[in-house]
Design a protein around this ligand. Sequence first.
Ligand SMILES: *Cc1c(COP(=O)(O)O)cnc(C)c1O
Length: 466
Amino acid sequence: MRYISTRGEAPALNFEDVVLTGLARDGGLYVPETWPQMSHQEIRDLAGESYAEVAAIVLQPFLGDSVSPSDFRQMTEKAYGAFSHKAVVPLSQLDANDFLMELYHGPTLAFKDVALQLLGLLYDHLLGRKNKKVTIVGATSGDTGSAAIEACRGRDAVDIFILHPAGRVSDVQRRQMTTVLDSNVHNIAVDGDFDDCQALVKALFNDLDFRDQYAVSAVNSINWARVMAQIVYYFTTAISLGGPGRAISYSVPSGNFGDIYAGYCAAKMGLPIEQLIVATNRNDILSRFFNTGEYIKEGVDPTISPSMDIQVSSNFERFLFDLYGQDGAAVKEMMRQLDEDGGFTVNMSQLNNATFSAAKCDEQETLDVIAKTLKENGKLVDPHTAVGLKAAADCRRNVKTPMVTLATAHPAKFPAAVEKATGHYPELPGHMADLFEREEKMDHLPNDLSSLQTYIRERARILSAD
Ligand SMILES: *Cc1c(COP(=O)(O)O)cnc(C)c1O
């Protein structure tokens, strides 16, 4: 399997190099050159297998020669053994044909654990055998940071630097990051919003000398391995609900477009999907795009679903590349327009046969859905999941098709919003019960590339990659 850049100018790489690099050297993102195909019979044969086994089978074609099937099988077993629910990603039922995909049973209570627990093991495996090290730098709107830190803490081959927008993540989210005291973990609160953090990380990656010297690697969803790992749960849930014999619809609370793009990848591989619903909060660049064809930046408003407070969705570029028949020059031009003119427009006819629909959910609607879901189903959902439920109801075309809403975080991760909606303060699960008593460690930096580089220079344990 070869991976190519969405901007068409960086060299093609194998899986190993794509995982260790993250962003392509031409500023693009790596995507598989071709989509591995699974026949209906091959998908049916996954029925009854464990989550770890399905992951090993579905993902193997993406690995090429970089990881052997037996090593990979061990990794999926170990990564998903760390989840607190034996089914790893269980489904719960809300109505005759409405389901929640519970993605929050990992160590940090959000869906990002599903990919990052596996990525941590991949780093160890790929680096350990070469005696190499990497410096991981990532920006987080809240959940990626804690999941990445949890996956990388204490690992010899990795130093991890996580930027978060100061004061714009929830207390639980911040503490899940800053109370990890391992010496290879560095938390940075940046004066700015999430897009500022993400832009700093991109700028750091585009400083190729710095990037080479410190072997900088990405754990954001620009890293292909993250998207890849998320493909699996579209398969496992479809199989539980009668796929591939019938198509399933999914509603996905979206920010950086990584999670829903993984669903698009599953469809490309042959999984029958009827609708992929892009659910956004009031920071709605994605839902505006899918309804109008215009991708235009606006400011970011803080919301009660902060992990989706994003205006530029990095994985969206991967989707555009596919939409334009892998035309890297066209994508490069659109990204130039986005940078210089603040947006671009895609012909709607080009979007027509895609499975996507999109809707947004404002703050009051989010609270109303949380309250209603508790009242009618006895189920407490977090604000991101509520946004997904609202969009599912708004966009659904066929009541007979099972609708699966991705429950992307545990309600206890966003207790203030849940309490405001329902009067119930959701308790943290046992392993985190003392989170608010633990010591915190973090540093503040201005929104400025050279300060960030100095900070990393003073702390990263590798001076050069070989
Ligand atoms: C990251 C996150 C999202 C958004 O996922 P993307 O892959 O960035 O679209 C939604 N909900 C929660 C709880 C998250 O942590």
